[in-house]
Design a protein around this ligand. Structure first.
Ligand code: SAH
Ligand code: SF4
Length: 378
């Protein structure tokens, strides 16, 4: 049974007191405010319920309700008695991203604007394709990288997302599209995932453990934080890696992706060469084609030389222009000519027309801005 009364009354079994993480992560927090059950890992949920004197099967039930049935409040957990829900509700709650806005593009892509507990917001994009349902999720509110072609970077970094907020984008969309389920995840929404390394790694582990989406259906895209690319496989092995390369010389890359000044192309490609790949898997290089900046035949030839010997494919993304930027997308002829150089050199190179442009859901168009929408919907 859960003791009623103030959280401060809870006793922590001796066997648990040794866990510093638990003491600080759960119990100290408990003294101050309610615990968001979604912020706890599988193990922490078990321990937490155990310390409330609840039998083990309660943890399984709770996990099932949150992660399989997408319960968004304790009240929904009808398997728990009213008393149990009330007493648990005195110390804990199920946190949720608020669905502020849901927009549908003419091509079937959907964009979700989620409100966070501190009134910030992020966006996720759902892309249906044959039997696949891919969700493009955000890892940060804004982004500090300042790439010149990307709208997300314009407002700088506001804050990192917590692991549960990253995972909850998936749970929230799954809840809305029931009985369908997201099959693939790409970390290509707002933010630079490797700049929020710990929370992203934690989120990846939870996604794999809670949603049943396998590692090979998860892709993390990075602007190229070379040391973190080397660390990633140790912390979250076997997920797919995508690199936003976007230039073939340091001069150009320094200009359009300032992170290149810290980790120039050579160090980035070197990290990619050391990224462990399972058989038949490859690294994806994303290359946003910008007219007159990085789209020449010489660039294409340099790209071939740069990626030589790497098991990889190239996604060519003609720039999605946005207001206030002078950058332009190249003509279709130049895009095809660029692709031709790559394919003539036996490289796999696909032209990726970003989906959802009419609702600003395409690559580089996510901003997570809302004006009064949250208030309307809360
Ligand atoms: N920060 C990570 C992931 C988010 S950006 C990264 O940079 O990889 C996701 C992708 O959108 C990147 O490949 C980026 O190069 C691309 N992108 C950004 N702005 C774009 C734009 N205006 N047009 C087309 N693609 C863009
Ligand atoms: Fe950030 Fe990626 Fe946009 Fe660059 S392209 S500003 S790293 S989100």
């Amino acid at each position: 049974m859960i003791p009623r009364g103030l959280p401060g009354n809870f006793s922590v079994p001796d066997v648990l007191k040794s866990s510093k993480q638990l003491i600080t992560g759960i119990f100290v927090k408990t003294m101050q405010k309610k615990i968001n059950l979604k912020s706890l890992s599988r193990g922490q949920i078990s321990v937490f319920l155990e310390t409330q004197g609840l039998p083990k099967y309660r943890a399984d039930q709770l996990l099932n309700w949150i992660y399989e049935r997408y319960a968004s409040s304790l009240e929904e957990i009808t398997e728990f008695s009213k008393d149990l829900r009330t007493s648990l509700g005195e110390i804990a709650y199920i946190g949720n991203l608020a669905v502020v806005k849901r927009q549908r593009s003419s091509d079937g892509t959907e964009k979700f604007l989620f409100g966070l507990e501190d009134r910030q917001a992020v966006e996720s994009v759902l892309i249906p394709d044959k039997d696949r349902l891919t969700l493009c999720i955000s890892s940060q509110v804004g982004c500090a990288m300042g790439c010149s072609f990307c709208l997300t970077g314009k407002s700088g970094l506001i804050r990192n997302l917590r692991a549960w907020e990253i995972l909850d984008q998936i749970l929230s969309v799954n809840r809305l599209i029931k009985p369908k389920k997201i099959t693939n995840i790409v970390l290509m929404g707002m933010g630079e995932p490797l700049a929020n390394f710990e929370e992203v790694v934690d989120a990846l582990k939870r996604i794999i453990s809670f949603t049943g989406i396998s590692k090979r259906k998860i892709t993390l895209s990075t602007a190229g934080l070379a040391p973190k690319i080397l660390e990633l496989p140790k912390m979250a092995p076997d997920i797919n890696l995508a690199i936003s390369l976007n230039a073939t010389t340091d001069t150009v890359r320094d200009r359009i992706m300032p992170i290149n000044r810290k980790y120039p192309i050579r160090s980035l490609i070197d990290a990619c060469r050391r990224y462990p790949l399972k058989p038949r898997r490859m690294i994806t290089f994303e290359y946003v084609l910008i007219s007159g900046i990085n789209d020449s035949a010489e660039d294409a030839r340099r790209l071939v030389r740069l990626l030589k010997g790497l098991r990889c494919k190239v996604n060519l993304i003609p720039l999605n222009p946005h207001e206030g930027s002078a950058l332009q997308r190249p003509s279709d002829v130049s895009v095809l000519a660029f692709q031709r150089v790559l394919t003539d050199n036996n490289m796999t190179a696909l032209i990726r027309e970003s989906k959802g442009q009419d609702i600003l859901a395409a690559c580089g168009q996510l901003r997570g801005v809302y004006a009064g929408e949250l208030e309307k919907n809360r």
